[in-house]
Ligand binder design. Structure first.
Ligand SMILES: C[S@@+](CC[C@H](N)C(=O)[O-])C[C@H]1O[C@@H](n2cnc3c(N)ncnc32)[C@H](O)[C@@H]1O
Length: 186
């Protein structure tokens, strides 16, 4: 488990580690469930290189990209359409979580992040507290049983999936390769 997300992820980003690119198949699912932004607020947790946050901004969401690694935010801030996104340096798991640009968000996304969260119950409580009524929480994560041997820590177990999906009024899943997309509504 990762005890200090900022130290862990900053080291990886600063040494040019990069992650599986966002695909059109993933954004098609997200777009279908979220609809056009129309100026509504969106938050991308663990925004990394900023691709998903920029996609949300391009769709008309007033978007905040949040990441704990300064090097990730520096990279994200140089991408196309990056000026449409407000990037925020923060550890989403920290008890000293700063106030965000908005009090509540219509859409919250977390792509390739959930598996690495230490206290998943606390993470989910914080997500719920930041969602507007009827909002959308969209998660993309590898599933342990489908990732190559030796990469188990990048995926979630069946028990972790049960925790993620419990207590929502709407739960939809879409499988892609080793990834599962979750569409969750309170
Ligand atoms: C595997 S990368 C995925 C990046 C991006 N979401 C993507 O899909 O390409 C995980 C990202 O989540 C960020 N992250 C992990 N734990 C975090 C936390 N507790 N608070 C904020 N960001 C976090 C890391 O810094 C990293 O950029």
């Amino acid at each position: 488990m990762i005890d200090n997300p900022t130290a862990y992820w900053e080291d990886l980003w600063a040494t040019e580690r990069r992650y599986r690119q966002l695909t059109d198949s993933e954004t098609a699912v997200l777009d279908r469930h979220s609809g056009p932004g129309g100026g509504r607020a969106a938050l991308d947790i663990g925004s990394g290189d900023g691709a998903l946050a920029r996609h949300l901004a391009d769709r008309g969401f007033k978007t905040t990209g949040l990441d704990c690694a300064p090097s990730a935010l520096a990279l994200a801030s140089t991408g196309p359409s990056s000026t449409a996104v407000t990037f925020c340096l923060a550890d989403f798991e920290s008890p000293q979580f700063p106030p965000l640009t908005e009090r509540a968000f219509a859409v919250i996304t977390a792509r390739l992040v959930y598996a690495f969260i230490k206290d998943k119950s606390a993470f989910l409580s914080r997500v719920r507290s930041l969602l507007v009524p009827g909002g959308l929480f969209w998660v993309v994560t590898p599933m342990v049983e489908r990732v190559p041997a030796g990469q188990a820590s990048t995926g979630i177990t069946t028990a972790e999936e049960e925790l993620l999906t419990s207590g929502w009024s709407v739960v939809r899943t879409t499988d892609m390769d080793c990834l599962r997309c979750f569409t969750l509504r309170p």
